[in-house]
Design a protein around this ligand. Structure first.
Ligand SMILES: [Fe+2]
Length: 292
């Protein structure tokens, strides 16, 4: 498939999701825009007009902007329910995408059974428990054990999310090379596939104690990076995207607030830029993996 066919396919898929999200919304302007966009796509198909990609892109942008504007006007309540979500404490163990013995001789069946059925399962259970306990704290206003449950949520959450990625980035008769686009990016950021492989392997070998080697895409730097994670987490959940952050290092408040961090935290809410947080949420929520 060439670039333009793929773009058109992507647009069709996006439009399907868009229609689904707005199907209950009774707004004439929006529904008119949706049907004229559908006609636009249809006419291209039927009459085999070679699609002018720029024109198509313009249409997509217009429809998207209308959707965003509309979602903002109604305050999101009914619309955002359409975004898929795992309920609090409702994570499930994803099935292995192949048989337990499929990765032999490189990883034995015995390891895979233990690793998936016992270890990964316990991360799912631990994460569910932590989420429920944090919900309980919100309900009761009793945050005494919050530090413990945050720790648990990070440990088990990262364990669950990383293992879910891990099973899927392996397959029987795998190996070889990445696809063209990723390979080009690897060459750009590391020099060559061989150098990348060496760096990644060294990172894995040198993790202190237990943990992971992780190749990440940084939307900020616009490049790939290789990171290590000791244990799973250090209080973060891998595979999540930060939306709102508050710096509580002493350098952020000590000169003014001395050791009264709580005052700084309380006052900080007066200067939050929700436009930016909204924007980050809108962009981040477009990325949805299959849920477990
Ligand atoms: Fe593991």
């Amino acid at each position: 498939m060439g670039h333009s066919e793929r773009y058109i396919e992507d647009v069709k898929q996006w439009f399907g999701e868009f229609k689904k999200q707005f199907k209950h919304v009774n707004n004439k302007e929006l529904q008119t825009k949706i049907s004229s966009f559908a006609e636009f796509l249809d006419s291209r198909d039927k009459e085999r007009i070679s699609t002018d990609l720029l024109a198509l892109h313009e249409q997509v942008k217009k429809l998207y902007d209308t959707g965003v504007r509309f979602a903002e006007e109604v305050g999101g309540t009914e619309l955002y329910q359409e975004i898929r979500r795992v309920g609090i404490g409702q994570h499930t163990l994803p099935p292995l995408p192949y048989d337990y013995d499929a990765l032999e001789p490189y990883i034995s069946e015995e390891i895979m059974r233990l690793h998936h059925d016992k270890h990964h399962k316990s991360y799912v259970e631990g994460l569910n428990k932590a989420e429920k306990m944090m919900e309980k704290a919100r309900d009761t206003g009793d945050y005494d054990l919050l530090k413990h449950w945050e720790r648990e949520a990070a440990f088990h959450g990262s364990g669950h999310y990383l293992h879910t990625i891990f099973w899927n980035v392996m397959k029987p008769k795998g190996g070889g090379m990445p696809g063209r686009d990723l390979l080009r990016q690897i060459n750009r950021d590391f020099g060559s596939f061989e150098v990348f492989k060496r760096h990644f392997s060294e990172a894995a070998n040198k993790v202190e104690g237990v943990g992971w080697a992780i190749l990440v895409w940084s939307p900020r730097a616009g490049r790939l990076e290789i990171l290590q994670s000791e244990r799973h987490q250090l209080l973060t959940q891998w595979d999540t995207i930060p939306l709102l952050v508050l710096d509580v290092w002493e350098h952020a408040y000590y000169l003014q607030y001395k050791n009264v961090r709580a005052d700084y935290v309380k006052n900080w809410w007066n200067i939050v830029n929700w436009d930016e947080v909204d924007h980050r949420y809108r962009e981040a929520s477009k990325l949805q993996w299959k849920q477990y």
